[in-house]
Ligand binder design. Sequence first.
Ligand code: M21
Length: 143
Amino acid sequence: TMEVMKDVTLGFGEALQSCREESQLTEDKMEEFFHFWRDDFKFEDREVGCAIKCMSSHFNLLTDSHRMHHENTDTFIKSFPNGEVLSKRMVNIIHTCEQQFDALEDHCWRILRIAECFKVTCKKEGIAPTMELLMAEFIMEAD
Ligand code: M21
């Protein structure tokens, strides 16, 4: 499952470059998307939430009200090897996190809080990928 989460993260992360401009996210705030899983990753900048919103839209994972599109998200996760072992669980975690922050009207801020909640929950449940796992594959992909 950690392995699947690694693949989903790297796949999702491919949208980062195309979303930098629209989200005003500079490289000093997020160099690469997989740094999301680092222990010292900060959920402080609204731009990070905007970038995740843009990346989600890039893969058609949001509804018109900027909430998770359950069916498309399930299909997206299942598009990765063994994705079916994680898709329901991930959709549930994100949905539970969404409900906690539903009152936040600003989409970027709300999505930033949801992303933080998602990360904390994945760590707690032991399905967060390790930095070692992410780095190793990221470096392999680069060459
Ligand atoms: C699996 C890799 C990355 C996931 C990262 C961010 C997850 C954050 C979920 C936010 C979803 C936004 C839903 C909007 O209501």
